[in-house]
Design a protein around this ligand. Structure first.
Ligand code: ATP
Length: 301
């Protein structure tokens, strides 16, 4: 038993001797920090290089937009606020510390200018967190088409595993206390702290666009740098669907996410390929198959 994620670095040899493969999750990356995670000399499922692109909002935007995803508009100048915006601090995690402003005055009243922040258009709609899996070693199924240097190549198989929606406290229950104005009078501000996950399915006609976005995101990941190994394994597109049935992607998590927890026994989407196929089991399957085919180097970093 280790007291701290950091201590894993002192036990790298112990892990390697036992053929351990690290499956990174959000907490591991968060508590270890990207430098230490990069320095951990233990075979890790997925491409650790993608962390560089995932770890900054600006780089994520470059990646997702080059993959064809539409993202919420960013406002460089707070004077341009002309409708609801969400202000995100650079270090904020799990939606903690965000605030909503309706105009410049609101912004001024709430902002902490000592902190680095981005101002994003507040997208009104329903949130869906889409869990995909990309397997570069599989030659069947929905194949991601390469772009640029990889044009004309099948990059691997893309699967939709499941979808969830996060419960966020207190914003999800805010409406019960009245309008935003009433709430302000009570000195209450909405917060976005994740407290749970609910399984969902989306309107079926949205699925082709969901696949298109995921395919573009995977294909673009191979183009981010010279000789990029791309992103592989599980990833989650965090989206809002507007009443115009448009997806706005506000974030990507390039690893297994907590939202896959309601689906340890499978989901309505993964059941189509194979029943009881959780994301965890899909990762295990990928490792087993790569080991049997002598291709572990294609899925580990
Ligand atoms: P995590 O890394 O845990 O996913 P985070 O701190 O990076 O969280 P985001 O995922 O960016 O935070 O956002 C947290 C929540 O804020 C979202 O789940 C959503 O409810 C809300 N949100 C974020 N961006 C927008 C937006 N542009 N419009 C409307 N709501 C938003």
């Amino acid at each position: 038993m280790l007291d701290h994620y950091h201590e894993m670095l002192d036990h790298a040899e112990w892990f390697r001797e036992r053929n351990v493969v690290i499956i990174p999750h959000g907490s591991l990356v968060e508590y270890l920090g990207s430098d230490k995670f990069g320095a951990l000399e233990v075979p890790t499922f997925g491409n650790r290089g993608i962390l560089h692109w995932e770890s900054s909002r600006a780089r994520q935007r470059q990646w997702l937009e080059s993959g064809g995803c539409t993202m919420p508009r960013v406002l460089e100048d707070p004077h341009d606020i002309d409708g609801p915006v969400i202000v995100k601090y650079a270090g904020a995690k799990g939606g903690r510390g965000y605030f909503i402003a309706r105009d410049y005055r609101d912004f001024r009243r709430n902002v902490d200018i000592e902190e680095e922040f981005t101002i994003q258009e507040y997208v009104l709609g329903c949130r869906y967190y889409l869990h995909f899996f990309f397997d570069p070693t599989a030659e069947d199924g929905f194949q991601v088409q390469g772009r640029g240097k990889h044009a004309g190549k099948n990059l691997g198989r893309l699967e939709l595993m499941s979808m969830d929606r996060r419960d966020e406290s207190n914003v999800d229950e805010f409406y019960k206390l009245g309008s935003l104005r009433d709430l302000r009078e009570m000195a209450l501000e909405p917060s976005f702290v994740v407290t749970g996950n609910q399984p969902v399915v989306i309107r079926e006609s949205l699925l082709p666009r969901a696949f298109e976005m995921a395919e573009g995101t995977v294909a673009a990941s191979f183009e981010l740098e010279e000789n990029s190994r791309g992103m592989l394994g599980p990833f989650c597109l965090e989206t809002i669907v507007t009443d115009q049935l448009e997806f706005k992607v506000f974030e990507i998590s390039a690893r297994i996410v907590a939202g896959s927890n309601p689906f340890v026994g499978g989901s309505p989407y993964s059941d189509i390929n194979e029943t009881r196929m959780s994301t965890g089991r899909r990762i295990a399957r990928s490792i087993r198959k790569a080991a049997d085919d002598n291709r572990l180097h294609d899925i580990l970093s």
